[in-house]
Design a protein around this ligand. Structure first.
Ligand SMILES: Nc1ncnc2c1ncn2[C@@H]1O[C@H](COP(=O)(O)OP(=O)(O)OP(=O)(O)O)[C@@H](O)[C@H]1O
Ligand SMILES: [Mg+2]
Length: 261
C-alpha cells in the first residue's frame, strides 16, 4: 500500500461548486493515492457525482484547486482531464451492445494498418489486457452483449487503464449488478489496486463494499466532507448515525423557521 506521506496522485483543496443557490460542494478537500482505493460515500444528493465531475473536467469548480501529483491544474474540458490521466467509468459504461468486445475496447481509438483496421492486433491487445484483470476472453470478436455485467465493467476498466488512466474513477460500479457480479467487480478493482500504479476512486452507497475494498474513506454529506480517513480511523456506524442526526436536525431547523415566519 502506498504511504500516506507520499504526494496524492490527485487532490482537491477547498473546492466549492454551486448550481444557482444549490450548494453541491462546499469547501471540499479530497485526496487519492496510487495503489489505494478511496471509497467516496454519502447519501443521495451528497455531492458524490459533482465531485467526480469536477475531477474529470465536466464541471469547473467555483472555488478551490485541483492538484495532480501535487501540481495545481485546471481542466476546462473532460478531454483536458483525460489527457492528464483521469479515467472515468460512468454507470452506463458507454458500451455499444451490438459491437464486438474488441470494437468496444477500442471505441473511437482504433488501430489501423494502412486503410484497414488492424483487427488482429486489437483482438490480441483486448485479450491481453482483460487477462491482466483475470478475465479470459475466448473470442473477442463476439458481441459485448454476450459478456456478463461484471465482465463488461471489467472491460470498461481495462480500457481506461490501457489508454493511460492513472486515476480511475468508478461511479457506483456495483449498484446495477447481482451479488456474484458485484464480487467479480470488487475482485477486478482489487487487481487494479495491486498493480500499485493507479489511484482508484470508488463511489458507492454500499457500506459493505466500501469496507471490503476501501483503504481510505471520504464521506460527503450535503456537499461537505463529514469525515475523511484511513479504513481503521473511521467508524462507519458512527458516521451513519451522525448523518441521520444531521438530517433530523435540518428537518427541525426548517420546521422552526417555518413556524417563526
Ligand atoms: N447540473 C446540476 N444542476 C443543478 N443542480 C445540480 C446539478 N447537479 C447536481 N445538482 C445538485 O447538487 C446536489 C449534489 O448532487 P450530486 O448528483 O452530486 O449528488 P450524489 O451524491 O451524486 O447523489 P446520488 O447518490 O443521488 O447520485 C444535489 O442537490 C443535486 O440536486
Ligand atoms: Mg450521483
Amino acid at each position: 500500500m502506498a504511504q500516506q506521506t507520499t504526494t496524492p496522485t490527485i487532490q482537491l483543496k477547498g473546492v466549492s461548486k454551486f448550481f444557482g443557490n444549490i450548494i453541491a460542494l462546499k469547501d471540499v478537500s479530497f485526496k487519492a493515492h496510487k495503489g489505494q482505493v478511496t471509497a467516496l460515500l454519502g447519501d443521495n444528493g451528497a455531492g458524490k457525482s459533482t465531485l467526480i465531475k469536477v475531477l474529470s473536467g465536466v464541471h469547473i469548480p467555483d472555488e478551490g484547486d485541483i492538484l495532480i501529483d501535487g501540481i495545481p491544474t485546471t481542466f476546462k474540458t473532460p478531454r483536458d482531464a483525460a489527457v492528464l490521466g483521469i479515467g472515468t467509468v460512468y454507470q452506463d459504461l458507454a458500451l455499444q451492445p451490438l459491437m464486438s468486445v474488441t470494437r468496444n475496447f477500442f471505441l473511437g481509438r482504433e488501430i489501423s494498418k494502412g486503410v484497414f483496421l488492424d483487427m488482429n492486433r486489437m483482438n490480441e491487445i483486448t485479450r491481453t489486457e482483460m487477462a491482466k484483470l483475470g478475465i479470459d476472453v475466448a473470442d473477442p470478436t463476439q458481441p459485448i452483449g454476450t459478456m456478463s455485467g461484471g465482465q463488461r465493467q471489467t472491460l470498461a476498466i481495462a480500457r481506461a487503464i490501457y489508454f493511460g488512466a492513472k486515476v480511475l474513477i468508478l461511479d457506483e460500479p456495483t449498484s446495477a449488478l447481482g451479488q456474484k457480479q458485484q464480487l467479480e467487480v470488487l475482485r477486478t478493482v482489487n487487481q487494479v489496486r495491486e498493480m500499485n500504479e493507479i489511484a482508484i476512486i470508488f463511489i458507492t452507497h454500499n457500506d459493505m463494499h466500501a469496507r471490503l475494498i476501501g483503504d481510505r474513506y471520504t464521506f460527503l454529506n450535503r456537499g461537505r466532507v463529514l469525515a475523511d480517513g484511513d479504513r481503521d480511523e473511521i467508524d462507519m456506524d458512527n458516521l451513519r448515525a451522525l448523518m441521520a442526526g444531521g438530517a433530523e436536525l435540518a428537518e427541525l431547523e426548517s420546521e422552526f423557521q417555518n413556524t417563526s415566519t
